[in-house]
Design a protein around this ligand. Structure first.
Ligand SMILES: C[S@@+](CC[C@H](N)C(=O)[O-])C[C@H]1O[C@@H](n2cnc3c(N)ncnc32)[C@H](O)[C@@H]1O
Length: 137
């Protein structure tokens, strides 16, 4: 078994710092000039639409967004399909920043979980679909 816990802590810290930068004037300008984008990766709207069609999600299905950051792309996928979204990420700061946007975007409550995606106590068949965009767990 490979013990990569120190590497993982460093990754978490580096993402935490990254999300804190979104709170600065530059981060706010970026958000405003990209139409309120919550993306923190390279996944495009077209790719999200493709994912939606491949997963075939329907209203009420459960969707897990692993490494969701501030809610992209799970938020858009849940909005388009009516799926129940569960967003998971490690830095709390990412989830905090995503909370308001997701609750404005979606009619139903969003479940955000601060957890390591490599160690989730989730059984087979619990989710109808899983996405992880720009994440290497
Ligand atoms: C480049 S960001 C992408 C965020 C979002 N999916 C997007 O496209 O905007 C990668 C995210 O993966 C998260 N991440 C990395 N390893 C993770 C793990 N083991 N469990 C949960 N989240 C993880 C990071 O904290 C970070 O928020």
């Amino acid at each position: 078994m490979i013990d990569d816990s120190s590497h993982h802590c460093a990754t978490t810290r580096s993402f935490e710092e990254k999300y804190l930068r979104f709170r600065t004037a530059v981060g706010t300008t970026f958000r405003d000039e990209t139409g309120g984008s919550t993306a923190n990766g390279w996944t495009t709207v077209e790719q999200v639409e493709w994912l939606v069609s491949v997963l075939g999600l329907e209203s009420g299905d459960r969707l897990l967004d692993l490494g969701a950051g501030r809610g992209w792309p799970g938020g858009l996928m849940a909005q388009r399909t009516g799926a129940q979204l569960v967003s998971i990420d490690v830095p709390l700061e990412a989830l905090r920043q995503g909370r308001r946007g997701l609750s404005e975007q979606l009619e139903r409550p969003v479940l955000q979980v601060c957890a390591d995606g490599r160690m989730l106590p989730i059984g087979d068949g619990h989710f109808s679909g899983v996405c992880h965009a720009d994440v290497m767990c």
